[in-house]
Design a protein around this ligand. Structure first.
Ligand code: SF4
Ligand SMILES: [Zn+2]
Ligand SMILES: [Zn+2]
Length: 303
């Protein structure tokens, strides 16, 4: 078996297509898919200030690397890396170290915001009162990313979500009968335009976890890979494992989930195009009188 483009030793096989790529041709294939997604879905526009939500993990490092290179060629585009330090001892401090080194080397502006400073407690303490770590962590992270992005003048927030992440989210929302939440998914998120909500873009949307890991490995972003200690407890992790099994038996399952989802997404967006409401406590966009972040903060800071 050889690379189908240049006959070098292959490093990756495209499932179901019987196509093999060497290191260089795989990187070209991967990057081409990212640029195609950006172009086709209009993810980046002239004079955008892109905030790249980074954790130091392989997906967000890959995204940051690609967008920082993109910004070198497009002088009108500005990039700022934004990291959230949830306060997970032995995990986040290590991934942030790698991120700081990378941003220093590539001269990327990096801003870090922590739960400790913003909410008064790290996640490791919060979970003693509210053990569903990923639920509280996800809500508080999205809240901080949105508020800080606005303060920094960011026009779009880019996240490293890939095809697997999105397929998991679609299924989780199906299993929980949550179509309104699904209406906010897609390569560019949100249902209504609102100055208080910074749009989110997902340039890795059509790349699988395997493809992203391969690219990250080839670029050396897997060298410091570690997993969050709370990850295996989550509902998402169970859906992920189930999808892995299904994909192994029926290759193409994840791609099919996404393709059929994108067909119905416009219908979902028009059905759930509710007027944006605002949290009465903090003023941030919210579907309820009080946003989920404020609800958590109240529970977690009660004596
Ligand atoms: S796995 Fe859960 S707890 Fe860990 S960083 Fe992700 S959302 Fe937070
Ligand atoms: Zn090749
Ligand atoms: Zn609020």
């Amino acid at each position: 078996m050889v690379c189908q483009k240049c006959a070098q030793d292959p490093v990756y096989e495209i499932p179901k297509a019987n196509i093999q790529y060497c290191k260089t041709c795989f990187s070209e294939y991967f990057e081409h898919k990212v640029w195609k997604t950006i172009r086709e879905y209009g993810l980046i526009e002239k004079n955008d200030h892109i905030g790249v939500a980074v954790s130091g993990g392989k997906d967000s490092m890959t995204l940051l690397y690609l967008l920082a290179n993109f910004a070198k060629e497009r002088r009108d585009i500005k990039i700022t890396a934004i990291a959230i330090d949830e306060g997970i001892e032995g995990y986040r401090n290590r991934t942030l170290d790698g991120l700081k080194k990378f941003c220093g080397k590539e001269k990327i502006n990096l801003r870090i915001f922590s739960y400790q400073e913003e909410f008064g407690k790290p996640l490791d303490i919060m979970v003693k009162k509210y053990p569903k770590a990923c639920s509280v962590c996800g809500v508080l992270r999205r809240y901080l990313l949105n508020t800080k992005a606005k303060q920094l003048g960011i026009t779009k927030l880019a996240t490293g979500h890939n095809l697997d992440d999105e397929a998991q989210s679609v299924l989780m929302n199906q299993f929980r009968n949550n179509p309104a939440v699904s209406s906010r998914l897609g390569p560019i998120t949100g249902v209504v335009q609102d100055a208080k909500f910074v749009k989110r873009i997902k340039p890795l949307y059509f790349l699988s976890e395997k493809e992203t890991s391969t690219y990250a490995f080839l670029r050396g972003f897997m060298d410091t890979y570690i997993e969050c200690p709370y990850a295996s407890d989550s509902y998402r992790a169970q859906v992920r494992d189930m999808l892995y099994e299904f994909e192994a038996k029926f290759p193409g399952t994840k791609k099919n989930i996404i393709q059929s989802f994108l067909e119905v997404l416009p219908v979902l967006k028009s059905k759930y195009k509710a007027e944006m409401r605002y949290c009465q406590t903090c003023g941030e966009p919210s579907q309820n009188e009080q946003c989920k972040a404020c609800q958590f903060i109240q529970i977690l800071t009660e004596k």
